[in-house]
Design a protein around this ligand. Structure first.
Ligand code: AR6
Length: 167
């Protein structure tokens, strides 16, 4: 049984076996949590992302998929996943669920026992936080052999949204 915990804070400072990055398809960095992870993790993460792009991921990482690099943080690995942009016209929930499922599949493969997630897609990609929290929590509850999933929420609004899902 996976334990789900909530933490308010900065995921780049989290001690966990793996932290999940809300990346974009390029894998080469960006704003938000992606920028913070690359800044704090230093050049090793970017170098590995470039190697992934030179190899298997020539076209980038597809939305809903996940891939790991080393961490160079208080986490041994960073699992990069690409969330969908929120759309008013189209239901992309399955892709957001896939991000969580695929990240945990990669974590299981690595043997990571504790995995920290940010609120994927709920920042620059515009997903309403209550719905993002619902999809994240529901998917994690179904998905994994990981011992502990920790959602690390940057602000109070996000924390409260996840807390309501766990009630
Ligand atoms: N720790 C924890 N959560 C954070 C941190 C942090 N250090 N910084 C921001 N958040 P976002 P997205 C929260 O925008 O919506 C990038 O440019 C933030 O408050 O980081 O999936 C990528 O390269 C929000 O709740 O990711 C992509 O282009 C959540 O993390 C794009 O943004 C996610 O916000 C991805 O957008």
């Amino acid at each position: 049984m996976t334990t789900i915990r909530l933490v308010r804070g900065d995921i780049t400072r989290e001690s966990a076996d793996a932290i999940v990055n809300a990346a974009n398809s390029s894998l080469l960095g960006g704003g938000g949590v992606d920028g913070a992870i690359h800044r704090r993790g230093g050049p090793a993460i970017l170098a590995e992302c470039r190697r992934l792009r030179a190899g298997h991921y020539g076209k980038g990482l597809a939305t809903g998929q996940a891939v790991a690099t080393t961490g160079d943080l208080d986490a041994r690995w960073v699992i990069h996943t690409v969330g969908p942009r929120y759309s008013h016209e189209e239901d992309r929930s399955a892709l957001l669920a896939s991000c969580h499922r695929e990240s945990l599949r990669v974590a299981d493969e690595l043997g990571a026992r504790t995995v920290a997630f940010p609120a994927v897609s709920a920042g620059i990609y515009g997903w309403p936080i209550d719905d993002a929290a619902r999809i994240a929590v529901e998917t994690v509850r179904e998905a994994t052999t990981v011992e502990e999933v920790r959602f690390v929420l940057f602000d109070e609004k996000a924390y409260d949204a996840f807390a309501r899902q766990l009630d």
